[in-house]
Design a protein around this ligand. Structure first.
Ligand code: HEC
Length: 147
């Protein structure tokens, strides 16, 4: 039974390394369990089902109100995740999980910020989303014009 002893022997160091990776790991697992069902493993979404592509979510950080919006959508607010977990998953998505990096210096979301956002849900998600996208268009048009 030497082969079995060998297997156990290689498992031990993997466990101790797991500790330091725990945070990234739990954010990623939370994403897979709570978000990937709609948004897909890579965040691509499903355009026919109007599930947006999260790889572009960092663009919302460029316009006023966008930061709040990202944590106020129903899929996030209504998830079974705690405020701290929502902050962690969102930070993970923006920093090293999915798609484009945030513009400028990114201040990570905090548990307190999520807690406050949860107290005032969006009244009309699609309308808020469209307003933010219009702002993004205006600001990129402005940037192009001032060149
Ligand atoms: C039931 C499907 C579903 C689930 C589950 C879901 N979402 Fe979403 N998500 C959507 C839809 C649809 C939108 C577009 C806005 C809306 O109509 O709610 C959206 C919008 C978003 C947005 C804003 C980006 C944009 O372009 O509008 C973010 C960020 C987001 N979701 C993150 C998450 C995270 C994080 C989770 C897991 C905690 C999650 N979603 C779970 C369907 C879902």
């Amino acid at each position: 039974m030497t082969s079995q002893a060998g297997t156990l022997g290689t498992m031990a160091p993997i466990r101790s390394q797991a500790e330091s990776k725990a945070k990234t790991h739990s954010a990623r697992s939370a994403y897979i369990l709570h978000c990937a069902g709609c948004h897909g493993m890579d965040g691509r979404g499903v355009s026919q089902a109007q599930v947006p592509d999260l790889r572009a979510m960092a663009d919302f950080l460029k316009v006023p109100g966008g930061r709040e919006f990202l944590i106020k959508v129903p899929g996030v607010m209504g998830s079974a995740l705690s405020d701290a977990e929502i902050a962690e998953v969102t930070n993970w998505m923006l920093i090293d999980g999915i798609g484009r990096s945030p513009p400028g210096r990114f201040q990570p979301y905090t548990e307190k910020e999520v807690q406050e956002a949860r107290r005032s849900p969006l009244v009309d998600v699609m309308q808020s989303r469209q307003a933010l996208i219009n702002l993004m268009r205006d600001s990129s048009a402005e940037a192009a014009l001032s060149k």
